[in-house]
Ligand binder design. Structure first.
Ligand code: BEZ
Ligand code: FE
Length: 291
């Protein structure tokens, strides 16, 4: 019997070979690649035993910070840019379609169905504004009946689920059905930038690397229409702090929109707000899927 043994030169090969009988080809590919990259990383960094123990302790702390309402592993993936990379790989779209970005952890409750024009700001914390747009296919056809799911932080930078004792349930969330012309509109408040939850190991990692935990002001949108690829995205508020340093790398220039002061009594009437009013406009363009 020959014992190959695992040493510095052959470590990845020996472990990859141990997966040779894996019946699931995808699992075999993923594990083999993981081992090759992991061993290359360890050879590059050459950790001491103490450093390796610290790495294991860090990952253990990340695991301990996960439950039904907190997902520290997702935050870790976010701040390392992996969430955005996975998003990019899975959303190779046409040039015209609306860009995607991260879902984030605050879509943990479903948005309530609301009528077009509804006011989703139930706590009235923030400056009132109208959020409106049109959902279209890439060829310009309006997508009547498109579903538009919207959620956001309030004007103080907190989601309802972060302040269950302060904010009404389902504050700043709504599921809207676009009209015959693909248009949607609702009343809300201008969102504010906010820090991602930074009281756990991911926050410590950010502090140790002198990174701030903030995300620029944004409204989350998921838009879906029959026969089209859904889009999970955000609208970012022009001039918000941190647009150039989002801690989860989620900003794309194509998604930035201004808050415009509109002085037009006819449009104010249409949105059932006092004139003048603030408006964020965001059209969503979806790619058709082959049927
Ligand atoms: C968010 O936008 O809700 C979010 C995204 C990633 C991490 C934390 C929050
Ligand atoms: Fe968010």
């Amino acid at each position: 019997m020959t014992i190959t043994g695992l040493h510095e030169q052959n470590s990845a090969d020996v472990v990859v070979d141990s997966f040779r009988d894996t019946p699931d080809e995808r699992l075999k590919t993923v594990l083999s690649s993981l081992v090759e990259h992991l061993h290359a990383f360890v050879k590059d960094v050459e950790p001491t035993h103490l450093e390796w123990e610290q790495a294991i302790a860090f990952l253990t702390a990340v695991g301990h910070m996960c439950d039904d309402t907190r997902q520290e592993f997702v935050l870790l993936s976010d701040v390392l840019g992996v969430s955005m990379l996975v998003d990019a790989i899975n959303n190779r779209r046409s040039e015209t379609a609306t860009d995607t970005t991260v879902l984030g952890p605050f879509h943990m409750v479903s948005s309530p169905a609301r009528e077009l024009g509804a006011n989703i700001s139930l706590d009235a914390v923030g400056e009132p504004c109208v959020f409106a747009g049109q959902v279209r296919s890439v060829d310009g056809t309006p997508l009547a009946g498109a579903r538009v799911d919207v959620w956001q932080a309030n004007g103080a930078g907190f989601y309802d689920v972060q302040q269950p004792d302060l904010q009404p349930e389902r504050n700043l969330r709504g599921l809207f059905v676009a009209d015959h012309d693909g248009r949607f509109w609702l009343r809300t408040v201008v969102p504010r930038f906010y820090p991602i939850p930074d009281d756990g190991p991911v926050g410590k990692l950010l502090a140790a690397t002198k990174r701030h935990p903030n995300r620029p002001a944004h409204i989350h949108v998921i838009a879906e229409a029959d026969g089209h690829a859904p889009v999970t995205t955000h609208v970012f508020v022009e001039d918000s702090p941190y647009l150039d340093s989002d801690t989860v790398f989620g900003v794309k220039e194509s998604l930035i929109r201004p808050v415009v002061l509109v002085d037009d009594p006819r449009r104010a009437d249409q949105y059932e707000v006092a004139n003048p009013f603030q408006l964020i406009e965001f059209d969503v363009i979806l790619d058709p899927v082959a049927s």
